[in-house]
Design a protein around this ligand. Sequence first.
Ligand SMILES: NC(=O)c1ccc[n+]([C@@H]2O[C@H](COP(=O)([O-])OP(=O)(O)OC[C@H]3O[C@@H](n4cnc5c(N)ncnc54)[C@H](OP(=O)(O)O)[C@@H]3O)[C@@H](O)[C@H]2O)c1
Length: 290
Amino acid sequence: MQLRQLGDVQVSAIGLGGMPMSIEGRPDEARRLATIHAALDAGVTLIDTADAYHLHADEVGHNESLIAKALKSYGSDASDVLVATKGGALRPGDGSWTLDGSPEHLREACEASLRRLGVDAIGLYQFHRPDPKVPYAESVGAIRDLLDAGKIRMAGISNADPDQIRQAQEVLGGRLASVQNQYSPAFVSSRPELDLCDELGIAFLPWSPLGGISGAAELGSKFAAFEKVAREHDVSPQRVCLAWMLATSPVVIPIPGSSRPETARDSAAAADLTLTADEQAALDEAVGVS
Ligand SMILES: NC(=O)c1ccc[n+]([C@@H]2O[C@H](COP(=O)([O-])OP(=O)(O)OC[C@H]3O[C@@H](n4cnc5c(N)ncnc54)[C@H](OP(=O)(O)O)[C@@H]3O)[C@@H](O)[C@H]2O)c1
């Protein structure tokens, strides 16, 4: 598996997004564990989660607990796996997502995530989404304090615009390790953030890289250019999409979500798919980023 730099560690170029295993439509536990184990078998060493990846109000951290269990029950050494979690979003249990970016909440959320993950320090802790009720510098300041206190080893942000990326980098004293924004063929408006991360040498983690849980299956039918390249290589259009992202910049580390071992394996194999310059240019043009 190809490796990429995320802060001061190297992780697999393709990560695993844990969300589909804990929210609406999630599979049973045996399939969840099999999916995570399949990703690990394929060389994945980055798993993205959040305390808010759960369905019912009384199961905050469902996905974090699942990942901790999967790592513990994995037959081989999983000590090199970076678990990236987030705080600052909540699910009240009615299907909605809400925000609390207050320093008090982030402190408490981090402690709870530490307990669920069963670690002394969280590998990568990301501020989930700016909370309009709280000044951004205050929320990121809480993440900086967690870093200084050794509760988290690396700090990241998510759903941030270029100004917020620069502000976070300043508040964190140059220690911003990653930015996680939505980016896919259907959603390229985060390209300025991707380009800024490339310029600053900060890892960029595209979320919903395949178009999201409900859109991923249609990637090939919606984007003929991806289907065409997929046919030429005899691989899935989803794999082509991830390879295209990897070729965009060395800071890009996609985190496709999976709820089945088959898709986890197929996505991980994107790290071994090399596209020609012409194919890359055609895909760029098809999504309007050339
Ligand atoms: N920071 C944020 O605000 C935020 C927001 C949303 C998501 N995220 C993170 O980003 C991760 C990825 O986003 P996402 O899960 O929403 O969307 P996604 O990765 O675009 O799509 C997920 C779906 O893609 C399917 N899939 C994965 N690999 C495939 C392949 N090789 N071939 C065909 N289908 C494939 C999976 O199907 P199966 O279910 O059948 O396996 C899964 O349901 C999440 O899991 C989460 O960790 C972060």
